[in-house]
Design a protein around this ligand. Sequence first.
Ligand SMILES: C[S@@+](CC[C@H](N)C(=O)[O-])C[C@H]1O[C@@H](n2cnc3c(N)ncnc32)[C@H](O)[C@@H]1O
Length: 278
Amino acid sequence: MRTQVIKPRIREILSRELPPELLEKLPKHWVRIGDVLLLPLRPELEPYKRRIAEVYAQVLGVKTVLRKGHIRGETRKPDFELLYGNDTITVHIENGVKYKLDVARIMFSPANVKERVRMAEVAKPGELVVDMFAGIGHLSLPMAVHKRARVIVIEKDPYTFRFLVENIWLNGVQDLVTPYNMDNRNFPAENIADRVLMGYVVRTHEFIPKALSIAKDEAIIHYHNTVPERLMPEEPFRTFRKVAGELGYEVEKLNELVIKRYAPGVWHVVVDVKVYKS
Ligand SMILES: C[S@@+](CC[C@H](N)C(=O)[O-])C[C@H]1O[C@@H](n2cnc3c(N)ncnc32)[C@H](O)[C@@H]1O
């Protein structure tokens, strides 16, 4: 169904059931991941939430509707309320990459789409990439699928890891991608990667020494972190340069991008850094 007719159709159905003032509060935006819908719902709509979710599901043709919550903790798990349906596992296709995931338990941020697409552009055929915070292969599957880069993916959460392995096969890149279900701090290999992905937030700086030990003497590191606005634009590169300098590396900032607003006054930023062991 075309976008222009979706909202009037939903409104028309619900106008027979909701007080007129609440019709104005119906969500105008939503996120669709595969055939699961994430719907932000205002507290005033609480008494009608299940019926509203049912109507959105029918009109948009999805099997499940979740009410959006927050993404929390070390493993970045989302927090959702199930409003309609019961199956939260789906396959989302983006930029020709298939991502199977449990939307209720694994983060998949629509705001990171540009970064996922960019990773497919920067990768080079045959290079060795190590993805230290692989998730379901968010950033590194595009590199293998589109550029035939060789990738080592490290993911510590066993549930997320199951989907990561399935996604490797679903995308037919099992000859290129090697998965490790472990904490990246225990990853044994050193001096192997042409490129290291550090797609993590809040505490990514703690992992800089490990990333440098995995990188070859000359390599590129995609360093993500969350930064309070008052520390920008010096951060996050300043911290990376400091830690790397203390370990005997020279660094060159190749590129810096703001990915999204993370919290009020805090931004998710990525810096591409070329590192040289001196
Ligand atoms: C926020 S998700 C990001 C996924 C992807 N890198 C991206 O940027 O879209 C971070 C993932 O890193 C995993 N993780 C966190 N700490 C880790 C560690 N020390 N070793 C391996 N994986 C880790 C979490 O379980 C989670 O799946």
